[in-house]
Design a protein around this ligand. Structure first.
Ligand code: PEP
Length: 249
């Protein structure tokens, strides 16, 4: 049985005042039956991690550098993020692939470093609208999986998030069949590469315009073990509805 995971990505949103949302979230789910994770901006990780101690909410980061330390102005290493209290890190989000020209090999190097630092690594994959319309979705996802995921991956240190780029922040969501097709494909690729045991133990998240109103039907799709949520993770009340739906699966 894979433990379900509801992960929130706050992106470049949030100041100290936003930590009240974390308190509200922890209070709303005092004894969650699923893993709950919030990835705030790096400026809040230390405070957030202290604030959620003893609750069912975990704290993650949104990116890390591939090196442990050194002359990389403005960057943060996985070791530093773990030291600040992060337990997870999102890597290869499409916004980083686009805004920072991150390629699969960069993401693989970051993931290696994150796993070495003891972080659970949430690697994002997903196709653009043009790629879907050209019927290239599975080829693109397959290339991202083999290029971004390091050999040392296990069910404990790796989570894969399928996030169609055209569904992120747009209110558009693939059909349930489309989500199921990609998740089944990811599962089979992981089983093929890592063997059935490891391949079956890696959690697969869907991400892209998940809201309280559509979460239940998405969570009912095979091989969907939770969600990576952007906009609807900013407010505890919205994210709570998604957590409730995941707990009800
Ligand atoms: C995301 O950015 O990872 C995401 C899924 O965003 P949203 O939920 O806002 O579509």
């Amino acid at each position: 049985m894979r433990q379900k995971l509801a992960a929130g990505n706050w992106k470049m949103n949030g100041t100290k005042a936003s930590l009240a949302e974390l308190d509200a979230l922890a209070k709303a789910h005092p004894d969650p039956s699923v893993d709950i994770l919030i990835c705030p901006p790096a400026t809040l990780i230390d405070r957030a991690a202290q604030g959620v101690q003893g609750t069912g909410v975990g704290i993650g980061a949104q990116d890390c550098h591939a090196e442990t330390s050194g002359a990389h102005t403005g960057d943060l290493s996985a070791t530093m993020l773990a030291d600040a209290g992060a337990t997870h890190v999102i890597l290869g989000h499409s916004e980083r692939r686009e805004d920072h020209a991150e390629h699969n090999k960069d993401i693989r190097a970051k993931a290696r470093s994150a796993m070495d630092a003891g972080l659970v690594t949430i690697i994002c994959v997903g196709e653009s609208l043009e790629q879907r319309e050209a019927a290239n979705t599975l080829d693109i996802i397959g290339g991202q999986l083999s290029g971004s995921i390091p050999d040392q991956s296990t069910g404990e240190n790796l989570v894969v998030a399928y996030e169609p780029i055209w569904a992120i922040g747009t209110g558009k969501v693939p059909t349930l069949d489309e989500i199921g097709e990609v998740h089944d494909f990811i599962r089979s690729r992981l089983e093929h590469r890592f063997g059935e045991g490891v391949g079956r133990s890696v959690r697969l998240l869907y991400g892209g315009s998940v809201k309280p109103g559509n979460a239940a039907e998405i969570f009912a799709v095979s091989n969907v073990d939770g969600a990576l949520v952007g906009g609807a993770s900013l407010k505890a009340a919205d994210f709570s509805g998604i957590i409730d739906a995941l707990e009800a699966v």
